[in-house]
Design a protein around this ligand. Structure first.
Ligand code: ATP
Ligand code: MG
Length: 603
């Protein structure tokens, strides 16, 4: 593959004629490497929290990433279009996502008083569009995409382009009349999965594809594309012995032991624990470890039939809502505090015993919350405000019959209901343990099913002239986030080290002394020659000290540097150096330079 294939003839730009305002220091609020280096190298400037100018250098990178995305999406059979950023609120009528998004949604009112959103993503807009134009199965499958500015009023915009309030996304949507087979959702999903692998590989990224939570909205499968980086916000879990990788929300846990046996006759006693925020404080006060406590989280069912679910995990573990839903076999949401209190749950102090006292309550117990770390004896809430109990023993104190095997459909069940974590047994390979890594989510693909088509009454006629539901998939890439992620992976103290395919320029030609006609002339000639060969060239013709120019060349991270100076010129050549080379460059004769540069670029 030719990494500079996105261009035919390269460009030559003169530093003095463009805007690359490099900075020695980054503003103090920029702490992540990509944020600092993008500001310092003059790629972006902050306009407001999470809102940035793209300067010429940054914009060139954005264009290159966009072009790679475009080529692979087109090759996968998707058609590019462009939807508006302004979305009338009425479009959310059927999906209620304006409410679900809450404060994340930017809202504005136009001069006629009509409420409008700035699109955070475009399922509604695209469904409405395609519904208006597609009436028959013959017009499907169809995949459309756009590369467009999205708006999300993030609570905490951070790290420059990693989490902005205005950012560039590629979003694609596919429409089908079937899931399996020719033209089905699965076929397109697999094809776009491969397109994503191609895109991130071509961008020069080291990434992991992970299984993701498909969500409660009728979706059936989902994958996230994670750039491996210590600075990533997301934790992913991988099995080193198989290819299994998943995000925390989704990750399954392998075989675990369980037992309600207790080998101590500790007695139950009640303790006053007022004003103690969180498990750690309570555990400290009671003189136990957080892992010796039971954490009981109350959910309410949301499928129309009223009911409660108490999910019990070890104090140092996190309840996983998706797993609670699966174990309960019903849709659930965290209980409304007021309703739960009225029903008899002492929120903040709930114990498993409430399953015996509050009607219609299902009790789910995670495996690790059965066998205590302290001989099967637990500390737990005591179902009265400001109090906890120690000495809780399942078989003696619950007041309900305990199951004799995990799973089942009884009122008390042992089930996997917590987030996986590093060290847990792998779900795919006996004996192997899950490892945790940090990642940056750059892409997300999703089998949506019929959720949007149902909300929009979008049906088409099938082979038998019968109305059939339209099945959808959606596929996002954080195009601007990709840029920051690339820098997180590829930089050093001196600056950025752009992967060649997305570098703003392929070569910087540094003219040591532009006042000297022979330097000036050689610089021009070399730049022209390299751009004719396909490379994008930045000609550093500034009247600055060579030290300043070398530092800037490192900072902006262009893969190849060619220096025009007296010493090399006398020997009939130039100094050649890759951004990744340590120390001084090497002398390369004029007639070998083109070949040398192209080889260094991998072309
Ligand atoms: P996150 O979990 O990081 O908030 P998300 O899951 O809400 O992201 P999606 O709705 O899946 O995001 O959007 C598709 C892609 O857009 C994401 O995979 C991510 O790469 C990118 N993205 C989402 N939010 C932002 C943001 N605030 N700034 C930059 N890129 C973003
Ligand atoms: Mg996502």
């Amino acid at each position: 593959m030719n990494p500079i294939s996105t261009i035919r003839t390269g460009v030559t730009h003169r530093w003095t004629q463009t805007l690359i305002p490099t900075l020695r220091e980054a503003p103090a609020e920029a702490t992540t490497p990509s944020h600092r280096l993008m500001l310092r190298s003059g790629c972006i400037r902050q306009v407001a929290a999470g809102v940035y100018d793209f300067l010429p250098l940054g914009f060139r990178v954005l264009q290159k990433v966009s072009q790679i995305v475009r080529e692979e999406m087109d090759a996968a059979g998707a058609s590019e279009l462009l939807l508006p950023a302004l979305v009338p609120i009425e479009l959310y009528g059927g999906t209620k996502r304006d409410e679900a998004y809450g404060d994340l949604l930017f809202r504005l009112t136009d001069r006629h008083g009509r409420l409008t959103a700035l699109g955070p993503t475009h399922e509604e807009t695209v469904t409405e569009l395609v519904k208006g134009s597609v009436t028959s199965y013959k017009q499907l499958p169809l995949t459309v995409y756009q590369i467009q500015t999205k708006f999300r009023d993030e609570f905490r915009p951070r790290a420059g382009l990693l989490r902005g309030r205005e950012f560039t996304m590629k979003d694609a949507y596919s429409f089908h009349t079937r899931i399996e087979g020719d033209g089905g959702l699965n076929e397109t999903y697999d094809r776009l999965y491969q397109a994503y692998v191609n895109i991130f590989t071509r961008c020069g990224l080291d990434f992991t594809v992970v299984e993701a939570e498909a969500g409660p909205i009728g979706g059936s499968a989902s994958h996230e594309f994670m750039v491996n980086a210590e600075t990533g916000e997301d934790t992913i879990l991988v099995c080193p012995a198989s290819s299994y990788a998943a995000n925390v929300e989704k990750c399954e846990i392998g075989e675990r032991g369980w037992s309600f046996e207790a080998s101590s006759d500790a007695s139950l006693s009640k303790h006053h624990t007022p004003n103690m925020p969180g498990i750690d404080a309570v555990a400290g006060h009671l003189g136990v470890e957080p892992s010796g406590m039971l954490k009981s989280v109350v959910f309410q069912t949301t499928d129309g039939e009223p009911g409660w679910v108490v999910a019990v995990v070890r104090g140092d573990h996190e309840v996983n809502e998706g797993k609670v839903r699966d174990a309960a076999g019903r849709s659930v949401a965290l209980a409304d505090e007021k309703l739960a209190k009225e029903a008899g749950f002492a929120i903040g102090y709930v114990s498993p015993r409430t399953a015996a006292t509050v009607p219609n309550t299902l009790l789910l117990i995670d495996h690790d919350a059965t066998r205590g770390v302290q001989q099967g004896v637990w500390a737990t809430g005591s179902d009265t405000k400001d109090h906890h109990d120690t000495g809780f023993v399942w078989s003696r104190d619950l007041g309900l019959a305990l199951p004799d095997a995990p799973g089942g459909d009884g009122p008390v069940r042992v089930a996997e209901i917590r987030n996986a974590q590093a060290g847990d047994p792998s779900p795919r390979q006996a004996g192997a343990a899950l490892e945790a890594r940090r990642g940056i989510e750059v892409g997300h693909i999703f089998k949506l099913g019929t959720i949007y088509s149902k909300a929009f009454d979008f049906v088409v006629l099938d082979e038998n002239q019968k109305k059939t539901d339209v099945i959808m998939g959606c596929y996002g890439i954080g195009v601007s986030r990709v840029i920051a992620a690339a820098i997180e992976q590829s930089h050093d103290e001196g600056g950025v080290r752009w992967p060649t395919p997305i570098a703003p320029y392929h070569a910087v030609v540094t003219v040591m002394d532009p006042k000297k006609p022979e330097h000036d002339e050689a610089g021009d000639r070399v730049a022209r020659d390299l751009s004719e060969a396909g490379a994008d060239v930045l000609l550093d013709d500034r009247k600055e000290r060579p030290g300043v120019k070398f530092k800037d060349a490192d900072l902006i991270g262009v893969p190849v540097r060619v220096t025009i100076g007296d010493k090399a010129l006398e020997q009939g050549g130039v100094e050649f150096k890759r951004r990744t080379d340590e120390g001084k460059g090497e002398l390369v004769a004029f007639d070998q330079l083109r070949e040398r540069v192209l080889a260094a670029l991998g072309g």
